[in-house]
Design a protein around this ligand. Structure first.
Ligand SMILES: [Ca+2]
Ligand SMILES: [Ca+2]
Ligand SMILES: [Ca+2]
Length: 216
């Protein structure tokens, strides 16, 4: 019975998440999950490192890769950033939406601090195979149009790869990854495996209830 209660509670949580997502429709979307991170070792310390700009506790300091998600303002008014030195990368995704080729620019990557840093940006429809989208610049929000590479699938993952080790916090300093309302696509379709698991779980619960009733 406890298991059923837990199941119902998790279903309620899922439903409320769906409602929240709907309430946010129309606003700018931010990448909300880190799918992958790789530390090339090209930085002055082990990654992930970065800092808070401009008056944080100095940098580079160890940070969570999740600082690139959402747009949480730091205590100084600037969000935290993650630095990607040469060959280091972070891959982010969207759990409640995808990115589609809307009118004009679709994907925006914000970098902080002018030190000449660059990063290669790739997109993927399956988070496995990535296609080169373009180069992101330092100290600005670089805009990318999926139409520029003829990408017509829904984007599930965006990969940012550092190209240098410039700046006080060596490497490309990612603040966030944004999508405008016109480029926000439907929620990603759950993998067949996930759906199968859910069906098996429901069937199992139903069987357990039947057995219990028979025992009573
Ligand atoms: Ca577009
Ligand atoms: Ca910078
Ligand atoms: Ca830097």
């Amino acid at each position: 019975m406890l298991t059923l209660r837990k199941f119902l509670i998790s279903m309620l949580a899922l439903a409320s998440m769906a409602l929240t997502t709907q309430a946010h429709a129309g606003l700018i979307g931010y990448a909300d999950v880190v799918l992958d991170y790789f530390d090339s070792g090209a930085g002055p310390m082990a990654g992930p490192y970065g800092g808070t700009y401009p008056t944080g506790p100095g940098f580079p300091i160890a940070v969570s890769t999740s600082v690139v998600l959402g747009n949480e303002p730091g205590t100084t008014g600037f969000p935290d950033f993650l630095s990607l030195p040469t060959g280091s990368y972070v891959t982010v995704g969207f759990t409640d939406e995808t990115v589609i080729d809307g009118v004009g620019d679709d994907i925006f990557i914000q970098e902080v601090g002018a030190n000449g840093e660059r990063a290669n940006v790739y997109v993927s429809a399956d988070a496995v195979n990535f296609i080169f989208l373009g180069v992101a610049a330092d100290d600005v929000t670089t805009a990318f149009d999926l139409a520029s590479i003829g990408f017509t699938d829904a984007v599930r993952a965006i990969k940012i790869v550092g190209l240098d080790a410039f700046g006080g916090s060596p490497g490309f300093d990612v603040m966030n990854v944004q999508v405008l309302p016109g480029s926000i696509g439907p929620a990603p379709v759950p993998a067949p495996g996930t759906l199968a698991l859910a069906v098996i779980g429901l069937a199992g619960l139903a069987a357990a209830r039947r057995n219990k009733k028979q025992a009573q």
